[in-house]
Design a protein around this ligand. Structure first.
Ligand SMILES: *Cc1c(COP(=O)(O)O)cnc(C)c1O
Length: 352
């Protein structure tokens, strides 16, 4: 498949209605979207059409059995107007990993990358340039095949939609270390970006919000003794000068930000450890003053530092540091993403 993606241009544009200086996150969408259908055992040629509503049969299996997966990535514009993606083939590979777990078809890298790049070139004026902003890209795939029978669908749709987004800043958040609910279980789908994983988080997160916490730190489903993720982000902990994160497993999403932070930290000469982290270690470290930072890591917020955490009915504050690892690492990674620094790991992908 070489450049035979059809483009149906939108007759109107919404771009003049968008205040690029006051963008929220993921709530306005560009004029076009990429759509690719899977039918009769094969992917059709992707097409770009005006962004708009879908028409689906009520018996589509997405509505009944939740075959739905997604990715989250960003396009960045540098000062010269060049467009970059960050490790995009890793998103493609992870989409296929999620697809496999949900018994959905894999999508060829050429379909994904050519479709994405064609869409971005068409929507290039939508990529914001104000500090910290970017074009958030949401590729997602769901079952369009019909039937009330609980079995995988025979037809699917891949869509790539884009939303110009401002810097994702929620302020420092207070989190609750979860002792009852679980995000994911052994042998389950926690490592996949499956829509249902997030639906299952909303209720416990609402309960935590009622107690004054903005997010949850998920613990292992078996014992609730080890921390695993922070909301829909991977979680890092700094005790003294060592930066730690949990090893990925079938309950933890293999984040691209997480693995990039580990590489950059090593490059910065920061001592890193990838190992299971006990909640009791955090409590002890908070009590003896060696707990310096906890932060979430993911594409949307990049790095989101925490103000403190609650556990067993008690709150623990994190110190205000002069030069936290979180700020240093965030600068390094965003400088690479926005083409402001050397790309020594080969992570940037220019869209030309
Ligand atoms: C997407 C996601 C992450 C972060 O992954 P990135 O590739 O860094 O964006 C972490 N945890 C969960 C549960 C996620 O869905």
């Amino acid at each position: 498949m070489e450049n035979n993606i059809s483009i149906e241009k939108s007759k109107t544009t919404k771009i003049q209605d968008v205040d690029f200086n006051n963008l929220s996150f993921g709530s306005v969408y560009t004029d076009h979207m990429l759509v690719c259908d899977y039918k009769n055992g094969a992917w059709e040629t992707p097409k770009i059409i005006p962004y708009g509503n879908l028409s689906l049969d009520p018996a589509s299996k997405i509505f009944h059995y939740g075959q739905s997966i997604f990715e989250g990535m960003k396009a960045y514009k540098d000062e010269a107007g060049k467009i970059f993606l960050f490790r995009p083939t890793d998103n493609h590979a992870r989409l296929n990993k999620s697809a496999e777990r949900l018994a959905m078809p894999s999508i060829p890298e050429s379909h994904f990358m050519e479709g994405l790049e064609t869409l971005l070139k068409l929507e290039k004026d939508w990529i914001p340039t104000t500090a910290g902003s970017s074009l958030y890209i949401r590729p997602f795939m769901f079952a369009t095949g019909v039937g009330f029978h609980a079995s995988p669908a025979d037809a699917y749709k891949l869509i790539i939609a884009c939303a110009p987004s401002g810097a994702y800043f929620s302020g420092k958040v207070k989190v609750l270390i979860e002792q009852t609910y679980s995000r994911a279980a052994n042998g389950g789908v926690g490592y996949a970006k499956a829509g249902g994983n997030y639906a299952g988080q909303f209720y416990p997160t609402k309960l935590a919000a009622e107690k004054g916490y903005q997010q949850i730190i998920w613990t292992d489903d078996n014992t609730h003794e080890y921390i695993e993720e922070a909301g829909a982000m991977n979680v890092f902990v700094r005790i003294n000068d060592t930066l730690m994160t949990a090893p990925t497993n079938d309950r933890i999403l293999d984040g691209i930000t997480r693995k990039s932070i580990l590489k950059i930290a090593e490059d910065e000469g920061i001592q890193t450890e990838v190992r299971k982290i006990k909640v009791s270690e955090l409590v002890d470290a908070a009590n003896n003053g060696s707990l310096k930072e906890i932060f979430g890591a993911g594409t949307a917020a990049v790095i989101s530092p925490l103000a403190g955490f609650g556990f067993d009915g008690k709150d623990y504050d994190l110190p205000e540091l002069e030069a936290p690892f979180s700020a240093r690492l965030k600068k390094r990674i965003t400088d690479i993403q926005y083409n402001r620094a050397e790309d020594k790991f080969g992570w940037r992908h220019e869209v030309k």
